[in-house]
Design a protein around this ligand. Structure first.
Ligand code: COA
Length: 703
């Protein structure tokens, strides 16, 4: 996307509204009215074939009759007229289009959307929408939308896929006092998408935080790339997190992948902080748009009420924020600003006797002290204090320290006087919340932002794709055979080609051959049916383990054949695999899906009940570097098992991380061919003793 065309879209020097109307209540009327009411200072041209004047502005009869090639055309004509209007805009030399009109791909008319886009591209115009509310910008005094007013001013910018939500959030900015500079409705994203806007907003001096409402991406990887490069905090609320991609899964990994997990992984890799719901989005946006990140762990709470202090402490624990006591010298100094029955621990309780001075002195000292990395100031309304004066004392104290790189958030718990005081704080750059847990949520977002950016800061090394040629030959043979998946032996050959340690497995076509192979492999061995028609081999009675001698091989061979024929009479049985029996180890699962939005995505979890019952698994969009793998392994809930629970020796985590890294490289390298894979189980041994992939599954993409 040519970023200069986004300047025309978002900071237009001239605007035409094509489909402007003189009839109040019509969208074409409201957009003109909003542009006037919003105070737009550029040239404004209503276009309508019959009207002569709309809201005292002279009307231009058609796009072609415009006296100049405007920067932006806002289109509010019905869908059947859009293509013609876009053609005229192109001929006129207009640079950007904001298409409010509905009736395109959202109702199954992708053909109309493609037609519009084709015309726009031919003339080099960018298109926002279609199916949008429009764009709003306080700093440009631009309300090119049918949302009723510009948002409560501030430094966040919203990009939303839901137009209705834009209008609702616009109104909420006033009740919640969370300030926004811009609100952009992105609609069907025929052309301009999240990534394009994020890149543009990164250099917008009026945006300090990018706030997203997302239903789904067209190109997930483009979003990750753009977000990673951004220097500003991005916060995302993802809607529609149920039943995504899991529906038609043929692999274990596929059945465990849901939008929450895959989008969650992508947000992490993109350095994007997440919000859990709309309230949470506002709380977090407020902090992220006004305060620097919490870079280290020393967070101090100052309060005039024990109760709100405890609530904030509980919230800190919920958000994973550690709280510790300040050093003795800090406590000693703080004690000077409270009665004898106050507490200088953490929370610092100034008691209900605290007035403006104690707040001022304690905040100033604590905020300036090198021990303090961040401050949460709480206040309960009392009869002896004036909330606005307390707010002003806090702000004065903060300003006088000259410290700029430590975050501070405030909660003022009380009535309308507190509301007014908090509005004053927000207007003066300090996030303020009516409840202590909301303030702590804001601080948690500042901490998460810091941590997530640090995690992605080091790109680290990935693994080389070594096995491409051999694997593609194996896959081509399977396809020529009319198969949609590889046999276990083929899957292991592919894994092995990418350097994954697999158990030695050979195919026998007769009982005698099975005996010869078993002797070559060395007892004990495992025998398994090889059939493209039997994916779940154990269910079919197609697996025998711990076979210790020749007689056992012969008996297993016959039993497996008998069982599998009984399970599926017409199953195409290619033979019986004779496999090295790996010694017992800690079971883990590694797998992949080819996600519709993000492409190849790798999964890791502990095996057994951890994956079956607890679904304790984690995902990353592939490929992954070694640092990302290390985070991935570290974030499963049952990670302690790998460190050696109940007196067991620690497992070989280095070998495990190497395996996941290679695995992700493999599935990324083969992304055009492979749909889903499982290495399940992988047995991980003691430190230094490596691991073995015991079973392998590769499902091919349908072509
Ligand atoms: N150039 C300029 N104006 C033109 C025109 C042209 N070539 N052809 C027609 N017009 C004028 C019409 O004369 C009319 O003005 P009038 O009121 O003076 O007659 C105006 O454009 C609008 O056309 P109209 O047929 O009255 O449509 P409408 O106002 O009822 O609806 C939309 C138009 C775009 C608002 C409607 O089709 C739509 O898509 N609504 C949904 C919008 C939405 O919800 N967006 C997403 C939210 S998430």
């Amino acid at each position: 996307m040519d970023q200069s065309s986004l300047n025309s879209l978002l900071k237009p020097k001239s605007v035409a509204v094509v489909g402007a109307s003189s009839q109040p209540g019509k969208i074409g009327y409201t957009v003109i009215e909003n542009l006037i009411k919003g105070g737009y200072k550029g040239k404004l041209y209503p276009i309508n074939p019959t009207a002569t004047e709309i809201l005292s502005l002279p009307v231009v009869p058609s796009v072609t009759a415009l006296p100049e090639a405007v920067d932006l055309a806002v289109i509010t004509v019905p869908v059947k007229l859009v293509a013609q209007v876009v053609e005229e805009c192109g001929q006129k030399g207009i640079k950007a289009l904001s298409v409010i009109t509905s009736g395109f791909s959202e109702v199954g008319r992708k053909d109309l959307e493609d037609q519009m886009l084709e015309i726009a591209r031919r003339y080099g115009m960018c298109v926002l929408g279609p199916n949008i509310v429009g764009t709003l910008s306080n700093s440009d005094e631009l309300n090119a939308s049918f949302a009723p007013f510009l948002p409560f001013p501030g430094k966040a910018t919203l990009i939303t896929q839901s137009g209705a939500l834009l209008i609702a959030m616009d109104a909420i900015t006033y009740t919640r006092k969370v300030g926004f500079d811009k609100m952009i409705s992105i609609g069907n994203m025929a052309d301009v998408d999240f990534a394009d806007l994020i890149t543009w907003l990164d250099t917008d001096p009026n945006t300090s935080c990018i706030c997203l409402y997302i239903e789904g991406f067209k190109d997930g990887r483009k979003f990750i790339e753009a977000s990673r490069k951004t220097k500003k905090p991005i916060i995302a609320l993802k809607a529609g997190v149920s039943a995504h991609g899991a529906a038609a899964a043929a692999s274990h990994t596929g059945s465990l992948a849901g939008a929450v997990k895959v989008y969650g992984a992508a947000f992490q890799q993109a350095g994007v902080v997440q919000a859990s719901d709309l309230n949470n989005l506002f709380d977090r946006t407020l902090a992220l748009s006004l305060q620097p990140p919490l870079r280290k762990e020393n967070l101090l709470i100052i309060t005039n009420g024990g109760g709100v202090g405890v609530l904030a402490t509980d919230a800190a624990e919920r958000y994973g924020i550690p709280l510790k006591f300040a050093p003795a010298d800090v406590q000693e100094e703080l004690k000077k600003h409270m009665p004898a029955f106050g507490s200088a621990k953490n929370p610092v309780d100034l008691t209900g006797m605290a007035g403006n001075d104690w707040y001022y002195e304690s905040v100033k000292f604590a905020y300036a002290h090198p021990w303090t990395d961040g401050l949460v100031v709480l206040y309960c309304e009392t009869a002896m204090t004036n909330p606005l004066e307390i707010a002003q004392a806090i702000k004065k104290a903060i300003d006088e320290t000259g410290v700029k790189d430590h975050p501070v958030v405030v909660s003022m718990v009380g009535g309308t006087r507190c509301d007014q005081a908090m509005q004053w704080l927000v207007e003066n750059g300090i996030p303020a919340y009516p409840a202590p847990d909301e303030a702590m949520n804001g601080m948690a977002a500042l901490r998460e932002y810091n941590n997530i950016r640090q995690m992605i800061a080091d790109d680290g090394d990935g693994c080389d794709p070594t096995g491409s040629k051999i694997s593609r030959e194996i896959i081509a043979k399977a396809r020529a055979d009319g198969r949609g998946s590889l046999t276990e032996i083929e899957a292991k050959q592919v894994f092995s080609a990418y350097g994954l340690p697999v158990t030695e497995t050979n195919l026998s076509k007769s009982e005698d051959e099975a005996v010869t192979l078993a002797k070559k492999t060395g007892f004990p061995i495992v025998m398994k049916v090889v059939s493209p028609d039997i994916i779940h081999k154990s269910d079919a009675g197609g697996v025998k383990v711990n076979i210790k001698d020749e007689a056992g091989v012969r008996s297993a061979y016959q039993t497996i054949l008998k069982n599998c024929k009984a399970y599926k009479a017409d199953a195409d049985i290619r033979g019986i695999a004779v496999q090295e029996m790996a010694p017992l180890g800690t079971e883990v699962i590694v797998g992949s899906i080819n996600d519709p939005t993000f492409g190849p995505t790798v999964m890791f979890g502990l095996g057994g009940i951890f994956v079956e019952v607890l679904k304790d698994v984690t995902f990353r969009v592939a490929p992954v570097n070694k640092q990302q793998v290390s985070q991935m392994v570290g974030e499963i809930r049952s990670v302690a098992i790998l460190a050696g629970a109940r007196g067991e020796a620690p497992r070989d985590r280095a070998a495990l991380e190497d395996l996941i890294c290679r695995y992700a490289t493999m599935v990324y390298d083969l992304r055009d061919e492979v749909a889903e894979t499982d290495a399940n189980p992988v047995l991980v041994y003691e430190e230094g003793k490596g691991l073995k992939v015991v079973d392998a599954r590769v499902i091919l993409k349908k072509k």
